[in-house]
Design a protein around this ligand. Structure first.
Ligand code: ADP
Ligand code: MG
Length: 825
């Protein structure tokens, strides 16, 4: 049994011993599985022995564990333990606790999954799809959802204008404008029965109101709330206007976590709204919607009610019934009803599960389609100059890691196929991606083809240019050029001319490469570094420079993203992972500190400098404006140079400097002319200064973990012990806890998972930028559902790639609509 499975088994045993309180691992099983699945998959890939119980199975069996009753939990744990113990058993024999299906193929290491025959693709279609539906009527019903909201009874021009501010334009938009929470009036608690830490909703009357300032200057509105059983205080900070919205005697609905202050139970900034009496009598979960001025909560509830009644019927369900059955889903009409007016928490959970699945399925189906479109294009078969590549690798001052060798093999394999390569090379900062790319470049050049290397900043483009020159120096017939925005028009033109004539083989540059004036004689390979910095369009623009025959594409990224997510977001890419750092790399010692340690940290930096090392100081990120960003860095630089380190050489780098200036500063720092480099986030990407040993990040709480990890990767690049110090004066527990994770792990994948979990996927990418339609219900962090949907999408796609079958007409229409806002071609 691999170590991941062994770990899982031990945790399940512990959970059983402890009586199923979901406390066997900190944060609960759900959180644990987020990491676990990655580890399990990686191990599975390395050893290429598929464990009998697949990752998909495990996720499915433990799906929603935290929400289950103790009995259900014990069932699930027993099922899984049994399966894990019986090593040789095939996954088909393990009955799923809820639907008895035979799900669960392992995610395969290559991205080629689509070509694999999905098991049982069409097995149950005939038997479970039931009697034929009236498709025409269903399509008609589906179409009515696309009508303007004014079609709904009770919505005229005035309300529709208000609704437009909520992005509600069609009937469908209204149906998918989901509650942000539900008030549970069925289980109202009296004040004397409240318990610390629980999430509750109470109804109470305002007894007293006080507004004042705290000693630290925060404004505070404090309200004493009472019911027949007692009273409790609620406090809101920095919302002084609340004072005017409350009156003594008002009846309020208060929702939030019960907190404690000086030994008494209190509410801190709870959600609130004035009580509407009639809700008390509905005796159920009442939806609370995100609203805008001009539409009251009550009015909105009524509109939703009308719409459900008038537009939603069983006809609407686009999912094949086999899928609905396999996952014990609600029908779409049931799900919509229950998400708005749930009859119980369980029903709400089921509704949510179904709607998330729908979105993910549409997402995945679209991505599979894109992928297939890519793969049907014409590419060039390259001949690999084996001998020369071997000699090149021999000549490097280091030997390649196994992971680098694997990646090279995969890439060379791609280049020998008639399909254009479309590969993402993912590897932590410093894992050595560049040299892998250079091997591909060498292969392209020897086939008489040109390569374009695009990087997001000119500092980085220049570094690549130098590295590539360095590595390819002395090889015959290769000339390289750098094309960045800061060149003079004449220089640019000269280079462009040579590129067009095919006299330059390798062009390294920034966005300047995609400009219309750049023409290639024979573009055969496109390398994009830090590819998540570019949008789909930019990637495509560069590829299109290849003309009829598409060039091979190698995208690189140092932002490790969880595998399931990678398959979604980069669905059109195959993935190679460099999951191993060169042995010469040092683990960077990381510490989270606050202002009180400032003096000591400066002494520490001074000590490092006196040993001949260098330090980076990253300035706090100021609101997304370049101007502010630059100024903050300038001020900090002046302070440090004049007051703190007057005897040292301090350099400054920020985004508003010209590419030339930046280059000069970076070069000077690299050459040891500066002891300390003060910089904004521009330094983040790929700069290599082996002598730097300290990375001090100010205002660290403002950065995502993945980004902090990037900063940290700037040091520890030589043989010296290195340090990352994360300064934060943000005292919120959550933010400190988040930074502590940086102390605990150096694994970029773990950090990416954490980021995803804590901040959502926005940290890696805006979905739109990556060419994904916006999601209304599902969260990309819900990897378990994403994985289910991926399996089903594969199945469907395998069976009927165009969804041309009669049973799929609704689904196909929905798919077109879902992707209609995104145009890739
Ligand atoms: P990244 O993956 O972050 O782009 P680079 O390609 O810039 O990493 O490599 C980081 C540094 O490690 C470079 O100085 C490079 O020469 C060096 N390097 C790459 N591969 C190895 C290796 N196998 N052993 C030792 N050093 C290596
Ligand atoms: Mg790099």
């Amino acid at each position: 049994m691999s170590s991941a499975y062994d770990k899982l088994r031990r945790i399940l045993l512990l959970e059983r011993t402890q009586g199923y309180h979901d406390r066997a691992v900190m944060g609960g099983l759900a959180e644990f599985l987020q990491y676990w699945q990655n580890q399990a998959r990686r191990e599975g890939e390395q050893a290429s022995l598929g464990d009998p119980v697949t990752v998909g199975r495990v996720l499915e069996i433990l799906d929603g564990y935290g929400e289950l009753s103790p009995t259900e939990r014990s069932d699930r744990v027993a099922t899984l333990l049994e399966a894990l113990q019986e090593g040789g058993q095939s996954s088909e024999d393990i009955a799923s606790p809820d639907d008895g299906s035979t799900e669960g193929e392992e995610a395969t290491p290559s991205g080629d999954e689509v070509t694999k025959k999905a098991e049982g693709a069409s097995e149950d279609k005939a038997s479970t799809d039931g009697p034929p539906r009236d498709m025409e009527a269903a399509l008609e019903a589906q179409k009515t959802l696309y009508a303007d909201v004014t079609a709904i009874k009770g919505i005229g021009d005035v309300i529709s204008e208000h609704l437009a501010r909520l992005d509600i334009e069609t009937v469908e938009d209204l149906l998918y404008h989901l509650p942000r929470r539900y008030d549970d009036f069925g289980e109202l608690k009296s004040i004397n029965r409240l318990e610390y830490g629980e999430e509750v909703t109470i109804v109470a009357v305002i007894k007293e109101i006080e507004a004042r300032r705290t000693r630290s200057g925060k404004s505070l509105v404090q309200v004493t709330l009472g019911d027949a059983t007692g009273s409790i205080q609620a406090t809101w900070f920095n919302q002084p206007y609340l004072r005017r919205q409350f009156d003594v005697g008002d009846e309020m609905v208060i929702s939030g976590e019960v907190d404690e202050y000086l030994g008494r139970l209190v509410f801190t900034s709870p959600e609130w709204e004035p009580l509407q009496r009639e809700l008390l009598h509905t005796g159920r979960l009442v939806p609370v919607y995100p609203l805008t001025e001009g539409v009251s909560a009550r009015q909105f509830r009524r509109l939703v009610r009308n719409t459900l009644d008038a537009y939603v019927s069983p006809l609407l369900d686009p999912l094949p019934r086999s899928i609905v059955k396999r996952h014990s889903f609600l029908r779409l009409d049931q799900a919509l009803e229950q998400i708005h007016f749930p009859k119980s928490r369980d029903a709400l959970h089921d509704a949510h599960r179904r709607l998330c699945f729908d979105e993910f399925l549409l997402l995945q189906l679209g991505i599979l389609r894109q992928r297939q479109a890519w793969r049907s294009q014409q590419g060039r078969i390259l001949e690999i100059p084996e001998g020369e590549i071997e000699a090149f690798i021999e000549g490097l001052p280091f030997s390649l890691t196994e992971a680098q060798e694997c990646a090279i093999e995969e890439i060379l394999g791609d280049l020998q196929r008639p399909i254009p390569m479309s590969r993402l090379l993912e590897g932590d900062v410093g894992s050595g991606k560049t040299v892998v790319a250079v091997v591909a470049i060498l292969a392209a050049v020897r086939n008489g083809l040109q390569t374009a290397v695009m990087a997001p900043t000119s500092v980085l483009a220049e570094q690549h240019y130098r590295t590539i020159l360095d590595m390819l120096e002395g090889l015959e017939g290769i000339s390289c050029a750098l094309l960045v925005g800061s060149l003079s028009a004449a220089e640019k033109e000269r280079i462009q001319q040579k590129v067009a004539q095919g006299r330059i083989q390798v062009v390294v540059g920034t966005h300047a490469l995609i400009q219309e004036t750049v023409d290639f004689a024979r573009l055969g390979l496109v390398v994009i570094d830090e590819q998540h910095r570019f949008g789909v369009r930019q990637r495509k623009a560069l590829r299109d420079k290849g003309g009829e025959v598409k060039p091979h594409l190698l995208a690189m990224s140092a932002t490790p993203i969880p595998r399931t997510l990678a398959l979604t977001v980069y669905g059109d890419l195959d993935i190679s992972v460099i999951d191993e750092l060169p042995p010469t790399r040092q683990e960077v010692i990381t510490a989270v500190r606050d202002n009180r340690s400032r003096e000591r940290i400066y002494s520490f930096i001074r000590a490092q400098v006196s040993e001949g090392h260098q330090a980076f100081i990253i300035c706090p990120l100021v609101e997304a404006s370049d101007k502010m960003d630059g100024r903050a860095a300038v001020e900090e630089y002046e302070r440090l140079q004049e007051d703190v380190f007057p005897d040292l050489q301090v350099g400054l780098l920020h985004g508003r400097m010209s590419a030339d200036e930046k280059d000069q500063v970076m070069a000077a720092f690299r050459d040891g002319e500066y002891d300390i480099l003060v910089s904004t986030a521009v330094v983040e990407v790929g700069i290599d200064v082996p002598n730097a040993t300290v990375m001090l990040v100010e205002g660290a709480e403002r950065f995502g973990l993945a980004q902090l990890h990037q900063f940290r990767g700037r040091v520890g690049r030589g043989e010296h012990k290195s340090y990352a110090i994360l300064m934060s004066d943000e005292s919120s527990e959550e933010s400190v806890e988040r930074l502590r994770i940086m102390e605990e792990t150096n694994d970029g994948f773990v950090l990416a998972e954490k980021d995803l979990e804590m901040r959502g996927p926005g940290d890696f990418f805006g979905s739109r930028q990556h060419g994904l339609p916006p999601l209304k219900v599902a969260r990309l962090s819900d990897t378990a559902t994403l994985e289910r949907a991926r399996q089903e999408a594969k199945r469907l796609f395998q069976e009927d790639p165009d969804l041309g079958g009669e049973a799929y007409r609704l689904l196909r229409a929905k798919l077109e609509r879902f992707w209609s806002t995104i145009s890739l071609s």
